[in-house]
Design a protein around this ligand. Structure first.
Ligand SMILES: [Zn+2]
Length: 207
């Protein structure tokens, strides 16, 4: 790589050209910084992905990539609907869905439950596909992790039922049960307090 970055071309354009020249090849952050000629190179890469829809993936998307590695998968752009969805709608859907994949239950930013090597990154997906007449309304959108988005996780097509969940939790180790307790208290703090005070009251009366 002897090509010296020129001053005339903007850093985003330099990165765009370099990714296109190296489609399907893993690039590292040092190279990209050099090509961009700016410490803002990471922001420029995000712009290529989020604004131009370039299918650039990182270790958050693919477990075969290491931190600091970037890959333009192919020249097909990310579906424009996902880029077209406003920041507000996106934030609203993610918040409504508890920043959790609605297919497998993986939480944003945490290690993926079915692929520990990668951090869960959430996308916005359609419940009823556009090709089947689905709309871009929030009611037809849901948070989906990149694993489920690729169809790699076909483990949980149905939402788990309470009866099955309880059966699973009952046979889990205490440590895991306590993890679940912690998560539930964080998710439902007020209900937890009410519930605890109600059982404390009943206990008190019985003594
Ligand atoms: Zn998922």
């Amino acid at each position: 790589m002897n090509e010296k970055p020129t001053k005339r071309k903007g850093s985003r354009a330099k990165l765009r050209d370099y990714f296109l020249l190296n489609t399907g090849k893993v690039l590292n952050s040092g190279t990209l910084r050099y090509i961009a000629g700016t410490s803002e190179w990471g922001r420029r890469v995000r712009e290529l992905r989020n604004e131009e829809g370039m299918n650039i993936v990182t270790h958050n998307d693919r477990s075969d990539l290491k931190p600091g590695e970037y890959l333009l998968v192919d020249i097909n752009p990310i579906p424009s609907f996902e880029r077209a969805i406003s920041k507000e709608t996106r934030a609203m859907v993610l918040d409504r869905d508890g920043f959790t994949c609605q297919m497998c239950g993986a939480a944003a930013g945490e290690a993926h439950p079915y692929d520990h090597g990668r951090k869960t990154r959430l996308h916005i997906g359609h419940i009823i596909d556009k090709s089947m007449g689905g709309t871009d309304e929030p009611a037809n959108l849901r948070a989906i992790c990149s694993v489920c988005n690729e169809g790699a996780s076909n483990l949980t097509l149905d939402r788990p039922q309470a009866i099955k969940l309880l059966a699973q939790i009952r046979r889990a180790p205490t440590q895991d049960q306590l993890e679940i307790l912690k998560w539930i208290i964080q998710k439902f703090p007020n209900q937890s307090i009410n519930f605890l005070s109600s059982i404390t009251l009943v206990g008190g009366l019985e003594q």
